[in-house]
Design a protein around this ligand. Structure first.
Ligand code: ATP
Length: 283
């Protein structure tokens, strides 16, 4: 095989709590990660030496800071394989949006190089390489729905929560996850999110109770800076979302729906305020 083409799916956080700052500087989190069918496409072509990265989206870095570059390095270090690759990233997932587009691209590249070069690395080995690249990468390899703890790498798969209607609304400002963590005041979070209860709703397939009780503590940092996020959440609920919160460190807001007609009406309304509104489904 000298070429593989793979889908690279984004994620939302069905809730996100930040517990405390650890001695190593990372934050301990408690979250539910959900893969969605909004996706980039990654094409990997074998070549003799070196890496070349191309993308249709001009904001994507083309050098060593791209997470797919790090994926290639991880695979080379782990297996000793001495081959190059030409990577094409067709971007649809908005950049720095809380949807883990870059992490998903790294996860897809790890899986794709494993196939391209017949390396026979297990999913577990790929996930171990993934965490060296970023906290969300192991989940992007695992996919589906999962409870994530630690820095996001301690994963417990949950029952399938696929085919639920999701509306995504992205205000077009990139937000750095690192900066949100820097500005979060953990003492100001008085109510911890009852993640175990939310997991129970997922296991029972109770979309409505899950949606009504979702929360994201990072909104405390991001909403005061971008009040439009609160406005989008309000519109989502007004137009029939069962619940609506920000995903990850933002700024993307999502709403969960159980009615297609309401979802389309809500999309139309949101498009009066912002450009990037996407309909997708959970995987
Ligand atoms: P997360 O939810 O994991 O924090 P995000 O969706 O907020 O991720 P990304 O789009 O993954 O953010 O990437 C944030 C930054 O990482 C981008 O602004 C870009 O400079 C850099 N980056 C590195 N590799 C990639 C990639 N393959 N695709 C997109 N951005 C990348």
């Amino acid at each position: 095989m000298d070429e593989v083409t793979l889908d690279s799916y984004g994620k939302i956080n069905l809730s996100l709590d930040v517990l405390y700052k650890r001695d190593d500087g990372y934050h301990e989190i408690n979250t539910i990660m959900q893969q969605i069918d909004l996706k980039d496409t990654i094409i990997l072509k074998d070549r003799e030496k070196g890496i070349k990265i191309e993308s249709n989206e001009k904001g994507v870095p083309l050098g060593p800071s791209n997470l797919v570059y790090k994926a290639w390095e991880q695979i080379r270090n782990k297996t000793g394989i001495d081959r190059g690759v030409h990577i094409t990233i067709e971007k649809n997932i908005p950049l720095a949006s809380g949807l883990a587009g870059g992490s998903a691209n790294a996860a897809t590249t790890l899986k794709g190089l494993n196939t391209l070069w017949n390396l026979n690395l297990s999913q577990e080995e790929l996930m171990e390489l993934g965490v060296n690249i970023g906290a969300d990468v192991p989940f992007c390899i695992l996919g589906g729905t999962a409870h994530a703890q630690g820095i996001g790498e301690k994963l417990t798969p949950l029952n399938s929560f696929s085919n639920k209607l999701v509306l995504l609304a992205n205000i077009d400002v990139p937000i750095s996850t690192a900066q949100v963590y820097e500005n979060i005041n953990l003492n100001s979070i008085d109510n911890r999110i009852d993640i175990d209860k939310l997991i129970q709703y997922i296991q029972e397939g109770d979309l409505s109770s899950l949606a009504k009780n979702m929360a994201n503590v990072m909104e405390k940092v991001v909403v005061p800076k971008y009040p439009i996020i609160q406005k989008i959440k309000k519109i989502m609920i007004q137009y029939g979302a069962l619940g609506s919160i920000m995903s990850g460190s933002g700024p993307t807001v999502f709403g969960l729906f159980d009615n297609k007609a309401k979802l389309y009406r809500c999309k139309e309304e949101l498009e009066k305020h912002i450009e990037k509104v996407y309909i997708c489904k959970t995987i």
